[in-house]
Design a protein around this ligand. Structure first.
Ligand SMILES: *Cc1c(COP(=O)(O)O)cnc(C)c1O
Length: 491
């Protein structure tokens, strides 16, 4: 028996109504522009938790994946999970630290690129490449990145068979560390392209490319299919359920809670993949009171969860110091709508969003949504304050993590233990942190890294300091009109 995946906007007659996990991850888009969601979720109640109290991360991950009954061979799952061995602590790649009162931070950034994208992309890379090899097919993963997805996607697919990655980034629009992580990646199957423009330009260039008939034709000639490594791909989401269960088990092991006690999950959100993983964990039986959704000034999710209105009409993306959350069209909200309200309503709402740039859910739908979620947002100045005061209390955190502290202060109706997800190491957004700690303004990451290192009496981690010495091998920086040719030349 394998678990099937179904379409969030219903079926248009030209796509299969149900697909397997491997089909859903190889081609994630389906009828009416929808995405695949699991047909049912396995049950992970207290019996499961008790049984896995002593499981290390990989054992837990394997047990959860097996319950999903995905059509991936066990040996491939083992190989995928073995990538966690390269995290700082192989037994516990996502450690939890008590920071204050009820607030515990789960650090999701202990992988190779020092941001939480590694938690899912590392094992995902093994699975996608294995499927491509077994089918004797070639896949091209196209990514437009503002910073964290690019390095993580390149790192996971580096030298993997039958997969190529072309990654577009805005030249001058990422941090130095993020850019260096990309342009020093040396492998024949990776192409990194800087474009003149901002992240929106990179993203719209990618959309133009995907819509180009010439491009599709040329890909066909080369027997190459397109896949996606963003979180519309369920292959990423499945790995993002696991760490929420792990967090709960860690709190049990630390004797911070007792079995069955409810907790809050507090998630810095952009595309809602992390939060969706928490929602599924809750639905599967994890004792979670609510998921607290933290945003920055791009607070479309705050309004949606508090008022039921998803409104893009008067918004454009605001650049903030938590850039990985500078997102207005949060793709995985669709899977929540689907799970709560069904495919017809989801199709209606998503089409309204596409056509009218807004939708409003009914009062009864809003109260259903609020059974699971609460939300608040944190602007850059408030975030800076949280970084500063929390540092004085002995904990160093990045600006994405900091947005959660406001939701912690404002969204809890009960004094329950709360897991804040930390999605990036301090090294990735160092100028903002150095500014919060000392008031200095750095234009280069290296200066900020040195001063944080001094203030916090922490060494700059070797993989980060080494970046500044590495040779730059990916030198392409072009106008967006030339991207199609550049990508075709590459494949
Ligand atoms: C991607 C990312 C987020 C947002 O996560 P979603 O799953 O897209 O909501 C938050 N913080 C950092 C550092 C990220 O890289």
């Amino acid at each position: 028996m394998t678990m099937n995946f179904i379409e969030t906007r219903g079926n248009d007659g030209s796509h299969p109504e149900k697909v397997s996990f491997s089909e859903a991850i190889l081609s994630p888009l389906c009828s009416f522009g929808g995405i695949y969601s699991p047909e049912k979720l396995p049950e992970l109640g207290e019996a499961f938790l008790t049984e896995h109290l002593d499981a290390d991360y990989k054992q837990l991950a394997k047990a959860i994946l097996m319950r999903f009954e995905i059509d991936i061979e066990e040996s491939v799952i083992d190989q995928a999970l073995s990538l966690y061995d390269a995290f700082d602590d192989a037994k516990n790649p996502a450690p939890i630290v008590k920071v204050e009162d009820d607030l515990y931070v789960s650090e999701l950034y202990h992988g190779p690129t020092r941001a939480f994208k590694d938690m899912a992309l590392q094992p995902f890379g093994v699975i996608l490449s294995d499927l491509a090899q077994k089918r004797n097919e070639n896949y091209l993963v196209l990514a437009a990145t503002s910073g964290d997805t690019g390095p993580a996607a390149l790192e996971t697919f580096k030298n993997k068979a039958n997969v190529k990655v072309a990654c577009l980034y805005p030249d001058g629009g990422t941090s130095d560390v993020q850019r260096l992580q990309m342009v020093t990646e040396d492998a024949d199957n990776l192409k990194v392209i800087g474009i003149h423009g901002d992240f929106d330009d990179a993203q719209s260039a990618l959309k133009t490319l995907l819509a180009s008939e010439n491009f599709k034709k040329r890909l066909n000639e080369k027997h190459t299919f397109l896949s996606a490594a963003n979180s519309v791909n369920f292959g990423r989401i499945i790995f993002q359920i696991i760490y929420h269960v792990h967090s709960y088990l860690e709190l049990l092991r630390q004797k911070a809670i007792s079995m069955g006690e409810k907790i809050y999950l507090n998630v810095p959100s952009g595309n809602f993949g992390n939060a969706l993983g928490g929602y599924y964990a809750l639905k599967m039986g994890l004792p979670v009171k609510k998921i607290l959704i933290a945003s920055n000034k791009n607070n479309v999710l705050t309004d949606f969860i508090n008022e039921g209105s998803y409104d893009l009409r008067s918004r454009s993306v605001i650049a903030t110091s938590s850039p990985a959350m500078d997102i207005l069209k949060s793709s995985n909200v669709e899977r929540i709508l689907f799970d709560l309200f069904g495919y017809q309503r989801t199709r209606e709402l998503m089409q309204q969003l596409d056509q009218e740039k807004h939708y409003q859910i009914h009062a009864d739908e809003l109260s259903t949504l609020q059974e699971f979620f609460a939300a608040d947002y944190c602007d850059d100045e408030q975030g800076k304050q949280y970084i500063q005061t929390t540092f004085r209390n002995g904990y160093l955190m990045d600006p994405h993590t900091a947005t959660c502290f406001r939701a912690y202060d404002n969204c809890r109706s009960e004094a329950l233990k709360t897991v804040v997800y930390s999605t990036a190491e301090w090294t990735k957004f160092s100028p903002t942190i150095a500014n919060a700690l000392t008031g200095e303004i750095d234009t280069h990451d290296i200066d900020a890294l040195k001063s944080i290192s001094h203030e916090a009496e922490l060494p700059i981690p070797e993989p980060i300091s080494a970046l500044f010495e590495k040779e730059i091998v990916q030198k392409t920086v072009i106008d967006k009109e030339n991207i199609e040719q550049e990508v075709l030349d590459f494949i």
